[in-house]
Design a protein around this ligand. Structure first.
Ligand code: AMP
Length: 399
C-alpha cells in the first residue's frame, strides 16, 4: 500500500510517498514559493535528486500535479501510475473539539475544517487548500484522510484543558487548551510501549517533543492527559522564537511602554521572543551552544531557561499522573542534543530517573539512555509524523 502524505502550508507543500506497512519511504520532497514562482524538490533512493528546480506553481493544484508527475516519471519516478497511490493523508493543524481522531475526508468534514479556521487562521486555510488541490488533480475516488495535530489531546480532562476565565469564553468562543504536536506524541508513545514491551494502557509516559517548536505531554494509559501547548502553539515552553507562557499582565505594560498594538505585541511573542529573544543570537539551539562556548552568557541563559522549563514540566506531569514509567526525548533538540537531555533529565534521581551519560551520547536513533538500574526509563525516539499519518490514513482508507 502506498500513501501520499501532504503537509500544506500557505506557500509551501511538503510531501512523502510511503508504505505504512513496511515503513519504507519511496520519495519525499517539497514545493516552495507556491503562488510566487515555484521551486520543486524531489528525493528518492537511487534516483536523481531535484533540488529547488523551477516549476511554475500559480496554485497548490500545480504543486500537487508536479508531485504526481515526479512520482510517476518514467526515469526518475518510483511508481508506474497514479493508481498506485492508494490514499492521501493530510496533516491538519487544528481539529477543534470536533475531531478526536483522524477522519476520512467528506464534504461534511470539509465544512467542519472550515469551522475550525478561526482557531488556526494561519494554518487551517492552507491545509484545506492542499486537500482541495488533491481532489482537483486526483479526483474524488482516491480516499483522503485528515490527521490532526490536536486530536491526540482531546482525551485531556476538563481540569487540564480549561483556562480560569469566564466560562462563557469556553462555551461560546471555544477558548480552551487544545495542545499540538499530537501526531508526534502519539507516535513516540507507541514506539515507547514497543521498546518497553508493555501495552500502552499500562504505561505512564512523559513525551518531550523539543525542536524549534516544543511541547511536553503527559500520557497515561495511552491517552494524553495534559500538554504544555494551549489554545495556540504559543503556550508552554520558551521556543525558538516563541515566548511560551508568561504573565498576561506583561502585555498591557509592554504595549503601553513600547507603544505597540495587540498585533505587534503578538508578533513579538511569536517571532522575536523565546531563545532568540533572550540570547539575541539565534533561534537555533546549535548556534546557541556555539555562542555559549565562545563566551556569550545570554546564549547560555536562553538554553538554561529552556532546559529548566522542560525539567519543571517533567516534575509537574509526574505529579499529575502519580508517577512515570518513561520519559521520551524526540524532535530536533530531543534527538540530537546529548548535553540538553542530560541537563533536563539529570538531577532527577529523587524521582527514580538516573541517566547513563555514555548511553546518552548518541543522536537520532531509538535507544534507552537511562542507566540499567534507573527506575524510570529515559528513551530517545526519533519522531516520524509522516509515518503516523500514513498509518492512520491506510487504516481509514481500508475501511
Ligand atoms: P525541529 O523543529 O524538530 O526540526 O528541530 C529544530 C531544532 O533542533 C533547531 O533548534 C536545531 O538547532 C535543533 N538541533 C538539531 N540538531 C541539533 C544538535 N546536534 N544539537 C542541538 N540542537 C540541535
Amino acid at each position: 500500500m502506498n500513501i501520499l502524505v501532504i503537509n500544506a502550508g500557505s506557500s509551501s507543500l511538503k510531501y512523502q510517498l510511503l508504505n505504512p506497512e513496511t515503513g519504507v519511504l519511496l520519495a519525499k520532497g517539497l514545493c516552495e514559493r507556491i503562488g510566487i514562482d515555484g521551486k520543486f524538490t524531489y528525493k528518492a533512493e537511487g534516483k536523481e535528486t531535484l533540488d529547488a528546480v523551477d516549476v511554475a506553481m500559480p496554485t497548490h493544484s500545480e504543486a500537487i500535479q508536479a508531485v504526481l508527475n515526479a512520482l510517476v516519471d518514467a526515469k526518475n519516478g518510483v511508481i508506474g501510475s497514479m493508481k498506485e497511490i492508494d490514499a492521501v493523508g493530510h496533516r491538519v493543524v487544528h481539529g477543534g473539539e470536533a475531531f478526536n481522531q483522524s477522519v476520512l475526508i467528506t464534504d461534511e468534514v470539509m465544512k467542519a475544517l472550515e469551522d475550525c479556521i478561526p482557531l488556526a487562521p494561519l494554518h487551517n486555510p492552507a491545509n484545506i487548500t492542499g486537500i482541495n488541490a488533491c481532489t482537483a488533480v486526483m479526483g474524488k475516488d482516491v480516499p483522503q484522510v485528515a490527521v490532526f495535530d490536536t486530536a491526540f489531546h482531546q482525551t485531556m480532562p476538563p481540569k487540564a484543558y480549561m483556562y480560569a476565565l469566564p466560562y462563557a469564553y469556553y462555551e461560546e468562543d471555544k477558548v480552551r487548551r487544545y495542545g499540538f504536536h499530537g501526531t508526534s506524541h502519539k507516535y513516540v508513545a507507541g514506539r515507547a510501549a514497543a521498546m518497553l514491551g508493555k501495552p500502552a494502557e499500562q504505561l505512564k509516559l512523559i513525551s518531550c517533543h523539543l525542536g524549534n517548536g516544543s511541547s511536553v505531554t503527559a500520557i497515561d494509559g495511552g491517552r494524553s492527559v495534559d500538554t504544555s501547548m494551549g489554545f495556540t502553539p504559543l503556550a508552554g515552553l520558551p521556543m525558538g522564537t516563541r515566548s511560551g507562557d508568561l504573565d498576561a499582565g506583561i502585555l498591557q505594560y509592554v504595549m503601553n511602554k513600547q507603544g505597540l498594538n495587540i498585533d505587534q505585541m503578538l508578533d513579538v511573542l511569536n517571532k522575536k521572543s523565546g531563545v532568540q529573544g533572550v540570547s539575541g543570537v539565534s533561534s537555533d539551539f546549535r548556534d546557541l551552544e556555539n555562542a555559549f562556548k565562545d563566551g556569550n552568557q545570554r546564549a547560555g541563559l536562553a538554553v538554561d531557561m529552556f532546559n529548566y522549563g522542560v525539567k519543571k514540566l517533567i516534575g509537574a506531569y509526574a505529579a499529575a499522573m502519580g508517577g512515570v514509567d518513561a520519559i521520551i526525548f524526540t524532535a530536533g533538540v530531543g534527538e540530537n542534543s546529548a548535553s540538553q537531555r542530560l541537563a533536563i533529565a539529570g538531577g532527577l534521581e529523587f524521582m527514580g530517573v538516573k541517566m547513563d551519560a555514555e548511553a546518552n551520547n548518541v543522536r537520532g536513533r531509538e535507544t534507552v539512555i537511562s542507566a540499567a538500574d534507573s527506575q524510570v526509563k529515559v528513551l530517545l525516539i526519533p519522531t516520524n509524523e509522516e509515518l503516523m499519518i500514513a498509518v492512520d490514513t491506510a487504516a481509514l482508507a481500508k475501511g
